[in-house]
Write a protein of this length. Structure first.
Length: 139
């Protein structure tokens, strides 16, 4: 296994485990499986729990990716952060879409739905981070 792939798996595994743990704790204990009502908007508890986890794992994921996984890049940090944000925005939409599908349409439990969603999102994230955000410069 290439070192970069190992580092991605280790850092990504940590961040993914943190995300799922935060999702579980937020959904079950902080939000107590209740929707959040904000003015004219109601956010389902599974979506709110996902957003809580995102607020923590986004910055951690960026720094792990930049300084541990994809070290050979020479792109400026602010440029990478913009690219990383774009990819993560795609991951946000995938997370939201799959959670809405699995929980609201299929009626599955939220935590297993989050686990399955994570499989799809991790594959998308790795490919886009490697080939777009942190692509090594050609020598």
């Amino acid at each position: 296994m290439p070192l970069q792939t190992f580092r991605y798996a280790a850092c990504g595994g940590f961040n993914t485990t943190l995300d799922i743990t935060l999702f579980f704790i937020s959904y079950n204990f902080i939000l107590k499986k209740q929707p959040i009502h904000v003015s004219f908007l109601t956010i389902g508890p599974h979506i709110a729990a996902f957003l809580i986890g995102f607020c923590v794992t986004f910055p951690i994921g960026f720094y792990l990716s930049r300084y541990v996984v994809f070290q050979e890049t020479s792109v400026a940090k602010h440029e990478q952060l913009g690219k990383y944000f774009m990819v993560v925005l795609g991951c946000l939409f995938l997370n939201y879409g799959f959670l809405k599908l699995f929980v609201d349409v299929f009626g599955w439990y939220p935590t297993p739905s989050k686990l399955l969603t994570t499989v799809f999102v991790v594959a998308f994230s790795y490919l886009t981070q490697k080939n777009y955000t942190f692509k090594a410069t050609e020598a």
